[in-house]
Design a protein. Sequence first.
Length: 661
Amino acid sequence: MKAMSNVDVYAICKELGEVLKDARVQKAYQPTKDTVLIRFHVPGKGRVDVVFQAGFRVHTTQYPPQNPKIPPNFPMLLRKYIKGGTVTAVKQHNFDRIMRIDIQKEEKFSLVVELFAKGNIILLDHEDKIILPLKRKVWQDRKISSKEEYKYPPERGMNPLEVDKEELKTILTNSDRDIIRTLARNGLGGLYAEEIALRSDVAKNKTADEITDEDVEAIQSAINSIFDPLKTFNFNPQIVKGKKEDVLPLDLLMYKDFEKESFESFNDAADEFYSSIVGEDIVNVNEEVWSGEVGKFEKRLNIQLETLEKFEKTVKDSKIKGEAIYSDYQAIENILNIIHSARETNSWLEIIATVKKAKKDKVPGLEIIESIDKMGVLTLNLDGVRVNIDSSMGIPENAEIYYNKGKKAKRKIKGVHIAIEKTRKEIDKAKNKREIEMEKVLVPQKRVKKDLKWYEKLRWFVTSDGLLAIGGRDATTNEMVVKKHMENRDIYFHSDIHGASSVILKAGEGEIPERSINETAAFAACFSSAWSKGLGSTDVYWVHPEQVSKTPQSGEFVAKGAFIIRGSRNYMRGLPLTLSLGIVDYEGSRIMAGPPEAVSNLTEKYVTVKPGYIKKEEIARQIRNNIDDEKLLSIEDVVRVLPSGKCDFLDSKGFKRNKKR
């Protein structure tokens, strides 16, 4: 995969400096060992994901990769130190392949991303001391490790945005290489060195001692023509297609005849270019893992089949050898008698020598002997069947040894068959699981930002009577709900606990039904801190709009998102914290979270949740898989309508198709 050049990093930094202006860090993930994804919230824009791959790339992404269920240490540490921090600067170090993002919390932190060699991602404190690097590395003049002071690598090469004729001449004339290699090794890389040579019309194989002043001027002019657009941020982001594929922030003459696709920003171009490659890598890595899992069982099966074949051969051979011994009973008995007689006066070495001489002299009856060892074991050839006979035992005992060996192997065959059948089932199971898991492997899909209805940016649901209820998501939207959307005939709800959404039930036409009041109160209960605290129920009160005020009494202070309630409150006690989610048809198809009675009124397929222990992203994935047959929702769509805090399904069966009531 192509690593970003210093020109690419320059363009990315300039764009990110604008995109992440005043952005707040939300979360950090580590999808692969060298890739970190940080989610930012940008005021007025919302979520922005930036992917950092050490040694290769940095850019915003609409293709967020699948994150591990158990996050590694590095992203957890990033969350600890920079979550909630505000981005104050994004800059490139000395036109090198190094990016630095400064983040302000109670103190300043910096994230340094190195894109040269194998790269690194390093978190620094306000004194530029390393808190933790993604990879620990040690060089002679640099040490990347916790508590060490971070040092940038030695500067090399030139900055094409600042180089003058004299500096360029010095670089060229002091080199012992040709123009291409000289420019490439001085920070421009092979691609831009080739482009400079092409535009300058100077022979690229010229060496230092051949360079003229005219050549230097031509090269400087070419450098200016290529890189001047960077100075004015006049980028032309593009992906080059054809025999060679590339992603660039600038037009290059060498690609003039290639097909190109243009983009609004270089971040967008880089995202399209790299995400397709990463998607293939994710599939290949997971396929390799599961092929290894299947291969493990297949290897075991091969060993078991070989063992089975060995046992079956033993059963067959043992029977043949036992029968062969009895077939030549008389001849074997004569040989054993001769050996027993000789053993009374001779040693085994003398007997062996005598037998060898007798065989050589072709003494009748001894021709079946192939050998005899010093332990008295004879190897006989009985019409092509080779058997071993222990001369200290009788013929029946020797034959029984073979018969017992066959019986033992036969008993083991049954166990091997059972093991083989079990392994074959394991292979089928692993193959099926591979197919299932490979379907779950989420090749990054483009995250298309949806145009939300005004109420979808808030908490909302539609009551069984068709009335719209809306609530704030935070202090800012609590203010918005009351000041912008509450009207005279509406009803204001709030959970009787610190930290709750301000909820408004829109009156519509006529008198508000009691059923809608009850449902909205239950909704307000769910979107309060009672949920994140894991409570089973909580109290809610409702009042009329004229009772809700932002004007404090003398000496009082009203925090942002909070209101003063004057007069008597209508309390509804012990409301259960249960919330249903389903896809409803309300001004189009969309996901709605609300009281079970209201959701079941609009859809037959929904799930019901309560406070629990499952993280929002995981339960959102399970909910989407159950209610969204057409895959219209993203995980974020489901997360957006869930309460703050962890959840669980209402019953042990989890999520089932609930019939319309």
